[in-house]
Ligand binder design. Structure first.
Ligand code: NAD
Length: 479
């Protein structure tokens, strides 16, 4: 999946170099850095499935980068091109992401080499079930140790099949629903998981724009609403991100880049309509509300304020980084900017909000879902009506004390108890704000750290190092 041919290093090496850079900046010793970088375990699985009267052999991986906290958590992707190194690199990103977002999980990643569009739904279900059996029998799907989630090429549907297969294998496990996150709400999922990563990207951008000095340093003016945005990938992450930014922040999405090309509209694209068109036709070509061009890659370089890559890794690389015109790059995808491109962008003064912070919303709400599954109860179930009673008492008292009757909407706002979705969004917003402030804190405490990626890595590895020191798995410098 990566553009590695254009780079002198692989995706995993690129991630390791980013860690090296941060470790050097905060003075973390090379031994501790090595311990943090090492991928704890990776297993490759090959399994046969009979499809249309022929036996096909599939290849998949599950990599556990860190297990200092359990379960190890990571997305499970279905894609036609990937390799073990990429899965290991992506698992490492999960460790750093969990540390930044204060999620008590280790980092993992799974992958299955497959082009899902070639198979019928029933065939995909059979393949997913077989893969689940292989993983579960090796304890690589388990609520306590290894918990996958949706990623590129997978959705709530695959997570439901995984959960159901695990249930059949281990019906006595009282926590079986927690073996996977990102399930449909009707099958043990949580409200707000499907939108979570995209919503988190929106919260990250909103937080960035609360700091006028950072906005000015990025070379942007005006508020979030005035920005012109290009998005690559209108899948689960890109769609929700584009939808919330355009509907709630009134941002103009002026281009959407998809696998078959790009669609432009300087007045802003209607996200719902583009999504509908992709669902009906399989791509953005012939979308009536914009101008189409088949060269999507070139559109990454078009003039805009904010570029949001939300598809794949290694999209901005050594060969196109010099031509990127956006002032701010918001990494909704994992690893969309290679190590070499990152250096070029920094030299050019382009601000990058890094993946290990920006797309942490997915694992954050997965954490909420896992917790919900372990408690066997929907969030808010105990207090919602109680809060409504308290709100009603408060509204009545307000009317008596002021001698004025509240308007219906005012009363509704005061009385309303929080739904599960309200609580999930509130927890997600809080996580994204706190993580941003922690990253800013690193920049304030280290004059030599001036970019968000190095600061985010520094935050992550210093937290993981502390945990390793406590466990005696690494020694602080000088000991
Ligand atoms: P998805 O499969 O739902 O969507 C990916 C989209 O990218 C699809 O619309 C696809 O057509 C498009 N695409 C594929 N190749 C493309 C190309 N060459 N150019 C432009 N578009 C292309 O996947 P997703 O879950 O939205 O994941 C996207 C990225 O976000 C991945 O890097 C993933 O690892 C990362 N991520 C996802 C989550 C999550 O919760 N799903 C969480 C964190 C990070």
């Amino acid at each position: 999946m990566s553009n590695a041919k254009q780079e002198s290093m692989s995706f995993r090496e690129g991630v390791e170099r980013m860690v090296d850079r941060a470790a050097l900046a905060i003075g973390l010793g090379p031994d501790t850095t090595k311990v943090i970088q090492a991928c704890n375990a990776v297993i490759q699985i090959r399994f046969p499935v009979r499809i249309r009267d022929k036996v096909e052999v599939f290849t998949g991986w599950w990599a556990i980068h860190s297990a200092h906290r359990l379960p190890a958590k990571g997305g499970l992707r279905f894609a036609p091109v990937m390799n073990q190194g990429e899965i290991e690199g992506l698992a490492a990103l999960m460790s750093y992401k969990c540390a930044i977002a204060d999620i008590p999980f280790g980092g993992a990643k799974g992958g299955l080499l497959i082009n899902p569009s070639k198979y019928e739904e029933a065939e995909l279900r059979e393949i997913t079930r077989r893969f689940t059996v292989e993983l579960a029998r090796k304890d690589l799907i388990n609520p306590a140790t290894n918990v996958p989630a949706p990623d590129f090429g997978t959705s709530a549907l695959e997570m439901m099949w995984i959960s159901d297969t695990y249930k059949v294998l281990y019906p006595e496990d009282v926590n079986k629903d927690a073996c996977v996150t990102g399930k449909p709400v009707s099958h043990g999922g949580i409200s707000g998981r499907a939108e979570a990563t995209g919503k988190g990207v929106q919260y990250a951008l909103q937080e960035f724009f609360r700091h006028p000095e950072l906005v000015a340093a990025a070379g942007l003016s005006d508020g979030l609403t005035r920005q012109r945005v290009v998005i690559q990938g209108l899948g689960k992450v890109g769609y929700h991100c584009a939808k919330f930014l355009s509907e709630e922040d009134n941002i103009k999405i002026i281009a959407i880049i998809e696998h078959d090309g790009v669609v432009f509209n300087d007045n802003g694209l209607n996200i719902h309509d583009v999504r509908q068109h992709i669902a009906e036709t399989g791509g953005v070509k012939d979308f009536p509300g914009g101008e189409y061009h088949e060269n999507g890659e070139e559109a990454l370089e078009m003039e805009c304020d904010i570029l949001i890559p939300a598809a794949l890794e290694s999209q901005i690389h050594a060969n196109n980084a010099m031509r990127i015109q956006a002032r701010l790059i918001v990494e909704a995808a994992n690893g969309p900017v290679t190590y070499e491109a990152d250096q070029i962008l920094r030299d050019r003064g382009i601000t990058v909000l890094p993946d290990i912070y920006v797309n942490a919303g997915g694992v954050t709400v997965s954490y909420f879902e896992w917790t919900r599954n372990l408690s066997h109860m929907r969030f808010g179930r105990l207090q919602r009506r109680y809060d409504e009673l308290r709100g009603s008492d408060y509204a009545n008292a307000l009317e008596v004390l002021t001698g004025q009757k509240l308007e219906d909407q005012q009363r509704k706002n005061i009385v309303r108890g929080a739904s599960e979705l309200d609580l999930v969004r509130s927890g997600l917003d809080d996580t994204m704000r706190m993580a941003f402030q922690d990253i800013r804190g690193v920049m304030k405490n280290h004059e030599n750290i001036t970019d968000f990626r190095t600061a985010a890595y520094a935050l992550a590895i210093s937290k993981i190092a502390l945990s390793y020191y406590d466990l005696g798995l690494a020694e602080p410098d000088g000991h």
